[in-house]
Unconditional design. Structure first.
Length: 169
């Protein structure tokens, strides 16, 4: 599962340690990439696979597709991961020369088609992170009407017993 930066910072504050994320898939038999101390993208395991991003938008985000390079039992050729990300080709300040994957935006199949356009979870999370008091779990419900779609944002607040107004910060 993708972890929000707010959740990462909370875990780091509790454990008093940096939380480095790794990214992998069962089909790749393990790690596809791992973060360094900079926490700015996953350094690709480019000794074992070739990664590309297809169907890119204006910011370079698209679906990750990879080919395994050293597997003979179950090789994958241009395997569609279903994950939406982009390649970071700028050198990492840590000095590791590998290309990095940006933090995942979500899944290619998560997009919900509505009358106001396609909606995905990564579009809602920046709003959730700005709520005060702090928000927990959330859900976006889409109701289909005869003339329009209604989007209802359901949010579980941290102090749900209190009935304080919710504000965007």
């Amino acid at each position: 599962e993708n972890l929000t930066e707010t959740s990462r910072r909370f875990i780091e504050s509790v454990w008093k340690a940096k939380l480095l994320l790794s990214y992998g898939q069962t089909e790749a038999f393990g790690s596809i990439g791992i973060e360094c101390d900079r926490q700015d993208g996953y350094h690709l395991n480019d000794m074992d696979l070739w990664a590309e991003v297809v169907d890119q938008d204006a910011q370079g985000y698209g679906e990750l597709v990879y080919t395994t390079l050293r597997r003979s039992v179950m090789p994958l050729v241009r395997y569609r991961s279903g994950d939406v990300t982009r390649l970071i080709t700028d050198p990492c300040p840590c000095g590791t020369p590998s290309v990095r994957l940006a933090k995942l935006r979500g899944r290619a199949d998560e997009m919900v088609v509505t009358s106001v356009g396609n909606i995905a979870s990564w579009m809602i999370e920046p709003v959730i992170e700005r709520l005060e008091p702090r928000a927990g779990e959330w859900q976006l419900a889409v109701s289909r009407g005869p003339n329009r779609d209604v989007l209802e944002l359901r949010v579980e607040m941290e102090n749900s017993a209190e009935q304080n107004p919710i504000r965007l910060q």
